[in-house]
Design a protein around this ligand. Sequence first.
Ligand code: CA
Length: 221
Amino acid sequence: MRALVVEDEPALAFRLQQVLEAAGFAVDVAYDGEDGWHLGDTEPYDAVVLDLGLPKIDGVTVLQRWREAGRTMPVLILTARSRWSEKMAGFNAGADDYVTKPFEMEEVVYRLRALIRRASGHAQPELVCGPLTLDTNTGRVRLDGMPVQLTAQEFRILSYLIHHPGRIVSRTELMEHVYDRYFDSDSNSLEVLLGRVRKKVGAGLIQTVRGQGYILVKPED
Ligand code: CA
């Protein structure tokens, strides 16, 4: 999963990046509305944390532009005060959720995970695919009930696939949701990562569809 943080306060932006990366996200950070708008307009994020008070272009305008252009990713807005008018402006512009500053970092993580889960059509916090489960609240992965230890990158791959089970995910799509914008990625490293994930969850579960991509196989039920 890949997230965008748009926040002009450097210390807060850094904290959010750290916490989200620790929670298994690839994270891009923008420090003003113009850069944030551009990134959200061109990169396929699974979720966005958007401050409303931003230099260059304010957060509400950024969000309006994304929605007008058909960008549907879940957006959590950060509001400086508990003023209802500010939140209302955010919701009217297309926000999915909000937190009021100051907030607990973990709250942002939980809310983002829930937004992503619901945006991909899952009502329950636990995603199940055959023997594999992902608790989207805690980020824990289990195979036949036993905990699976994954590195951050392995987790991103598996998390993206289990949010979209039974559908072919192209190599490009998977890379776009696993790496941040500065990661010098090549398809070899993705293959290596996939190999490691397969070793941990069983080779048959993630299949390569030649020339098309990868699929997390949904068992017949
Ligand atoms: Ca601000």
